[in-house]
Design a protein around this ligand. Structure first.
Ligand code: BDR
Ligand code: CA
Length: 318
């Protein structure tokens, strides 16, 4: 299958993306790098190890990355909900057992640099958290972009924001890192925004179907997404449903038609206060700017739901 590295801040939707990438036959998840974001680094590491153990893939190596943003101190600050309350779509610990596996000794950035330098075939890099690890790897070796056939980022928003009125969390949590990555010159950069993820909502009925699969991934996905639906209740116009942002990136890899993209210029605000972390997407037909990302603004919810139930019917323990 297509060789991919996931960079995660696990987090509930990261967990669903990891299970999808680990189980889908068209993907070969060769490693997972973790970063500070939804929860502190030690929790993103622990949660990621919980996921690979739970689905029977402890062979997938997990690496610990940056515990804070590359430049800004104090980011990510407080979210607009209290940690571990029912408004928190993540929570410090995933609702699956503590891991047995251990994080690797090699750091995440070292792993990215060594792997991308030594690979003979290009790798698809899929960051679904703040971009601190990716930006740091590029600072060490800007030519790493040549080893990446496609960078698929969950981040940004145009008509939809979440962590502030202006910004999406992954970009806001480390805006300088996002600016570095968006301007690094990857051959193909696909940006899956909140505009897209909010059109691919997963419902309570979908959770019932996932639970009925009675597989580790089906059971965990149902439990995890129900937690997200509860937490999103006050934020969504659609009842009993929630976006599962990160898994849309891995679903896109196996079914690109699940999103529609436009090749446009995008830049990140790293200087303001009101709009810090905003992805400024230039939709002007006569823009003088060069396009630097294939940006997904919409997605197919039914396709995502069907992909989750077919993929999570698989059991890696056998
Ligand atoms: C992004 O922020 C995190 O809360 C999710 O894991 C996702 O990666 C959505 O804005
Ligand atoms: Ca994430």
């Amino acid at each position: 299958g297509r060789r991919i590295i996931l960079d995660v801040d696990t987090g509930t939707d990261d967990a669903v993306a990891i299970m999808f990438a680990a189980l889908h036959p068209d993907l070969d998840l060769i490693g997972i790098t973790t970063v500070n974001g939804n929860v502190p680094l030690e929790n993103t590491v622990d949660n990621t190890l919980r996921v690979v153990d739970w689905i029977g893939r402890p062979d997938i190596p997990v690496f610990a990355g940056l515990s804070r943003p590359v430049a800004r101190r104090g980011f990510p600050g407080g979210r607009h909900f209290e940690r571990d309350t029912d408004q928190d779509p993540h929570g410090s610990e995933l609702p699956i057992p503590a891991p047995h596996s251990k994080v690797r000794d090699t750091g995440a950035v070292e792993y990215l640099v060594e792997t991308l330098r030594s690979t003979t075939e290009r790798i698809t890099l899929v960051p679904v958290g703040p971009l601190s690890n990716i930006a740091t790897a590029l600072a060490i070796d800007p030519s790493l972009t040549e080893a990446v056939d496609e960078l698929v980022v969950m981040g940004g928003g145009h008509g939809v924001t979440n962590v502030t009125a202006s910004a999406e969390f992954n970009v806001w949590a480390d805006p300088e890192a996002a600016a570095i990555v968006l301007s690094a010159g990857f051959d193909r950069l696909t940006l899956v925004t909140l505009d897209a993820t909010h059109q691919a909502l997963i419902t309570l009925e979908d959770c019932d179907a996932l639970e009925k699969l009675a597989t580790p991934a089906g059971i965990a996905a149902a439990r995890i997404i129900r937690r997200r639906i509860d937490a999103y209740a006050t934020a969504m116009t659609t009842e009993h449903a929630a976006p599962v942002h990160d898994v849309l990136c891995t679903a896109y890899l196996v079914r690109p038609e699940i999103v529609t993209t436009r090749h446009l210029p995008v830049a990140v605000d790293t200087t303001s206060s009101l709009t810090i972390g905003r992805t400024v997407i230039d939709t002007r037909l006569d823009t003088p700017q060069e396009p630097n990302a294939h940006i997904a603004f919409s997605a197919d919810a039914r396709m995502l739901s069907e992909l989750l139930t077919s993929t999570f019917a698989l059991d890696a323990r056998t």
